[in-house]
Design a binder for this molecule. Sequence first.
Ligand code: SAM
Length: 225
Amino acid sequence: MESAPTQNRRVRFDEAGAAQMDRTAVEVFAPIYPVIAEQIVQRMGITQGCCVEIGSGPGLLALALAKITCLRMILMDAAVPMHVKARRHIAASPFPHRFTLLCGDVHHMPLNDACVDLIVSRGSVFFWERLEDAFKEIGRVLAPKGRAYIGGGFGNADLRDRICEKMMSLQPDWRSFRDRNLGEDTRIKFLSALNASGVLFDTIKDESGFWMIIRKENDLEMRNL
Ligand code: SAM
C-alpha cells in the first residue's frame, strides 16, 4: 500500500542524491543496520504493532528491524526518490506485505494522533529544520506506551571506525560532516529543542552513537539504557 505523494517544498534528496545515498547505504553502511536494529529492540522492548521510520531513505534500518520483530513498518520520507530506492529493497525482502511507503515531512506527519507504537530514525534528524515542532509532532503520533528512538550513529566503535575510514577515502570532507553532526553543539541544540517541546525524553550517548528516546508516558523504566 502506498500513500499519494504530498507536495513538499523542502525535499532535500533529488534522484541523484537518492541514488548516491542508496549506494552508500548498500556498499558502506550496510553492516550497521542489523546492529542498530538489535539495539532498538533491546532498549525499547517493542516488537509488535506499528513502527514508523522517519527519514527512511533506502529503508535498510526498517528492513533489519522487520527481520527480528513482528512490527508493521511504515517508511516515511520527505523525498519521493528515496521511496523508489526503498521499494526495490522491500520487493526483494521475504515480507514485502509488511511495509507501507508514506511520503511525509516530520514537521507535519500525515498520521493520526496516538497511532504509532515505535518510531525510529537514523541520520535524518540532522536535516530537520524546526526541531521543537518535529519533537512535538512525534509526541502527538506516539501511542500510549509508545517510544521513539531518534539520532545518529554506527552501532559500535569498530563499525564507526571502519565506516569513517571508508567514507573519508570516498569523500575527504566527510569526517567534519560527521563530527559536526555528532558533536557537542549539535547535542546541545537537540537537548534544548527536546526541553522546549515538552516531550518526555532520555538520551543515550555511547559508542552506538547519540540517540534521543521520546516516551509518551512516564510509566516504565527504560530497558538496559
Ligand atoms: N535513515 C536512512 C539511513 O540511515 O540509511 C537515510 C538517512 S539520509 C542521510 C536522511 C533522510 O532523511 C533522507 O532520506 C531525507 O529525504 C530524509 N529527510 C530529511 N528531512 C526530512 C523531513 N523533514 N521529513 C522526513 N524526512 C526527511
